[in-house]
Design a protein. Structure first.
Length: 410
């Protein structure tokens, strides 16, 4: 093990010890309140987990079984506990020192750095592809488990709630882990000789059309014209969003979704391709499995008090359909930046719908569930176009891109 890796391991152990003291402080600060809510946020559970993680970390040199258990505990538990306790420290010190803005700023930018030791020591050293897939899912869920509110500055609050900083961290995470796992993080591959512009341009036009078709289908159109082309663009106004409180918040949340979810897709597709490299159906299986995992990623919405299971299932099914299209688009074009741009526009338009756009009646109400009908229509169109992208003469282009994407670095 080189000197740099040794220093990073010592840094992670120091981080563990510091967070143990933070957890003790949190228990003392909460007092009797810690007995009111026994859940994953309870500082007693967090302290117990940190102590176990520290002991396992110290003992991991005793053998591969202890080492693997220690890595598993770290990967599952440390990111959540570190960010939760950092949240606590920033709130308490901000109130005590009357410097809320400084500690709010510190909390918002911390995710760029706070997870680097555990990423370098544990995530980078995952050997199995299945373990890598699970770790990618875990790292994308951690921020949903925290609920830190920034009061000192409106712009800072919007940045924090959008989690745009986490999306930037995820780009860094992708670069670090892929390099260590033997791959490369490409923003875009050079177009190969099998690439067909005459097919790709209509696909791009279709995607741009779907950005608006999907959004206005949500408004429950009253006629076929309103469904297909006769859209009321006055219903789009990010300053009066149905979902968010300001244009900045709409923009940041759309940007966060575009970056986070497409970098997640890149990571997942790379590892799935490596797992299935000898399977003759690797293209379709990779797209399908990554899309199903993308749908599962949206089940974190169940943690929101205003979402029920039916809503989340329908949203997740819609995410699967969109994921199939975006996975196919990425494998055919090799351009992750294009996926990010499309996803950003897709969410930007949806997030910009105003409350007036939800008219509550229309042709979709002939179905028992208009929301499910919406998902079936959009997903059907996305899947149809995806089949075109990865079959026929386009398949050679996809196979060429796959070969370059999973080519190991020497």
């Amino acid at each position: 093990m080189d000197n740099t890796q040794q220093k990073i391991k010592k840094l992670l152990l120091f981080q563990l010890i510091i967070n143990i003291f933070f957890a003790i402080w949190c228990i003392y600060y909460e007092g009797k309140n810690i007995f009111k809510n026994w859940n994953i946020w309870n500082p007693v559970f967090i302290l117990s987990g940190l102590v176990i993680a520290a002991i396992l970390f110290i003992l991991r040199s005793r053998g591969p079984i202890l080492a693997n258990i220690s890595k598993l505990v770290d990967i599952i538990f440390l990111p959540f506990s570190f960010i939760y306790l950092f949240n606590f420290v920033c709130v308490v010190l901000g109130d005590y020192l009357n410097s809320s803005f400084f500690f709010d700023l510190l909390y918002v930018i911390a995710p760029l750095f706070i997870f680097i030791p555990v990423v370098k020591v544990d995530y980078e050293n995952i050997q199995s592809n299945l373990g890598r897939i699970l770790s990618i899912q875990i790292i994308c869920e951690i921020f949903v488990l925290t609920n830190y509110k920034v009061d000192s500055n409106k712009i800072l609050d919007n940045v924090n709630r959008s989690q745009i900083i986490f999306s930037i961290f995820l780009v860094l995470f992708a670069y670090l882990v892929l390099k260590r796992w033997g791959y490369h993080f490409y923003l875009g591959l050079k177009l190969n000789n099998q690439f067909q512009w005459k097919v790709f341009i209509p696909i791009l036009l279709f995607g741009f059309y779907m950005v608006f078709f999907n959004a206005f289908l949500t408004t429950n159109p009253k006629s076929i014209g309103e469904l297909i082309w006769k859209w009321n663009f006055e219903w789009l106004n990010p300053a009066e969003s149905q979902y968010f409180g300001s244009s900045l918040e709409v923009f940041l949340n759309a940007a966060d979704a575009g970056i986070t979810e497409e970098v997640w897709r890149y990571l997942t597709i790379i590892i799935l391709l490596a797992m299935l490299k000898n399977n003759k159906h690797k293209i379709s299986l990779t797209i399908l499995i990554s899309s199903l995992l993308f749908g599962l990623l949206h089940f974190n919405q169940l943690l929101s008090p205003d979402r029920n299971l039916t809503d989340v299932i329908i949203q997740s099914l819609g995410a699967v359909g969109l994921g199939i299209f975006l996975g196919s688009l990425f494998l055919y074009s090799g351009q992750i930046w294009l996926n990010v741009l499309f996803h950003f526009l897709f969410d930007l338009v949806v997030f910009s719908l105003t409350p007036l756009s939800f008219v509550g009646s229309g042709i979709l109400t002939i179905f028992d569930s208009p929301a499910l009908a919406h998902v079936i229509i959009t997903s059907g169109l996305f899947i149809l176009v995806s089949v075109i992208l990865i079959t026929g003469k386009r398949r050679k282009c996809v196979e060429n891109n796959i070969e370059r994407l999973i080519m190991h670095e020497n």
